[in-house]
Design a protein around this ligand. Structure first.
Ligand code: NAD
Ligand code: LMR
Length: 359
């Protein structure tokens, strides 16, 4: 774990104050944003977007805290140099470190990526024992050092269960502040429907990913709307191929991560970084009126009879930095059985993790 290694903290001041011509008037206080696994693939695609204002807004200065394990610090130095060389007005400071007490101090946002990715032929839950201890340790670091208002996004796989363990390890931070990334699956589903209908992905809304970020996830289009032919059509009416929507479409989204690994010999990074930006931007600024997005959130008190005490992906709407599960959507038998199957897998993962860690 990062905190257990020789401690090296490098504090490198980046660009100066934001360009006053672009941000007239009083300046906002910088927010402190942590990215773990900062020397890895996803971070390399992610950091530029955060630093240039795509996530927290064009007027919000940021301090970036970059955590990785000790052997990766020389690589991290290169990433910091590149961030400096981008000469970005919103980036106030970059701190690269292998120490949790430095990385987690006074955080506003924590994006927990750092962990091992799977290889071809593995399921994401095969990473459980390799990765879950990282999230116990980082949950404890959040508890000890971060602001109680910190928004935590868990990306490292198996993302739902790692997120649950991080939340359980930070008892004084509200459970609602924790979420895990299923936005990549959401974007994949949206894009598959859009390509099938011959429209841009922006004309498809309200797909839902239910459950686990795994091959049991359930991509549901029963409430999805497609803007085409001069109006808004239900997805089944727009696609006109029920067999595809109930078969190959679901399998394609469920297996997309594995397909990318098979082709690239590396797991998704560019699309994962884009999904992280979408997820965190929506937490920060809210979801558009009439739209919902998918994210893994605490299941307790949900109206869909999903078991309690899981991080389960639901349709949510976000306002004032607070998510709310979209209630009252009709669920048919086909959907119910798939929602139950993915919940059963999450219960098994949770019980394995809890027994393994003794939490
Ligand atoms: P990567 O191997 O390129 O980078 C991971 C980085 O994490 C490495 O630099 C490594 O040194 C670092 N790391 C390991 N242990 C750490 C610790 N304790 N503290 C801080 N840093 C640590 O991997 P990647 O492609 O960036 O993927 C990272 C994770 O994200 C994997 O678990 C992958 O499966 C997952 N992922 C999730 C989604 C999703 O949609 N939820 C999408 C893509 C990838
Ligand atoms: C993905 O969905 O692309 C990631 O979770 C990486 C993986 O292991 O599939």
């Amino acid at each position: 774990m990062a905190g257990a290694h020789r401690a090296i903290s490098r504090r490198i001041r980046s660009s100066g104050p934001a360009d006053k011509r672009a941000t007239p008037g009083a300046e906002s206080e910088p927010i402190r944003v942590l990215v773990t696994g900062a020397a890895g693939q996803i971070a390399y695609s992610l950091l530029f977007s955060i630093a240039k204002g795509d996530v927290f807004g064009k007027e919000q200065p940021v301090v970036l805290l970059l955590l990785d394990i000790t052997p990766m610090l020389p690589v991290l130095d290169g990433v910091v140099m590149e961030l400096q060389d981008c000469a970005l007005p919103l980036l106030r400071e970059v701190v690269s470190t292998d120490k949790e007490d430095v990385a987690f101090k006074d955080l506003d946002v924590a994006i927990l990526v750092g962990s091992m990715p799977r290889r071809d032929g593995m399921e994401r839950k095969d990473l459980l024992k390799a990765n879950v201890a990282i999230f116990k340790s980082q949950g404890a670091a959040l508890e000890k050092y971060a602001k109680k208002t910190v928004k935590v996004l868990v990306v490292g796989n198996p993302a739902n269960t790692n997120c649950l363990i991080a939340a359980k390890s930070a008892p004084s931070i509200p459970k609602e502040n924790f979420s895990c990334l299923t936005r990549l699956d959401h974007n994949r589903a949206r894009s598959q429907v859009a390509m099938r209908c011959g429209v841009p992905a922006t004309q498809v809304k309200n797909v839902i990913i239910w459950g686990n970020h795994s091959s049991t996830q359930y991509p549901d289009v029963h409430h999805c709307l497609v803007n085409m032919a001069g109006g808004e059509l239900g997805c089944f009416e727009a696609v006109k191929d029920d067999a595809w929507l109930k078969g190959d479409f679901i399998a394609t989204v469920q297996q997309r991560g594995a397909a990318v690994i098979k082709a690239r010999k590396l797991s998704s990074a560019m699309s994962a970084a884009k999904a992280i930006c979408d997820h965190m931007r929506d937490i920060w600024s809210g979801t558009p009126e009439g739209e919902f997005i998918s994210m893994g959130v605490y299941s307790s008190g949900n109206s869909y009879k999903v078991a309690e005490d899981l991080i389960y992906s639901f349709p949510v709407q976000i306002k004032d930095k607070t998510w709310k599960i979209v209630d009252g959507l009709a669920i048919n038998e086909f959907s119910k059985s798939k929602m139950d199957a993915t919940a059963a897998e999450l219960i098994e993962e949770r019980d394995t993790a809890v027994a393994f860690l003794g939490v």
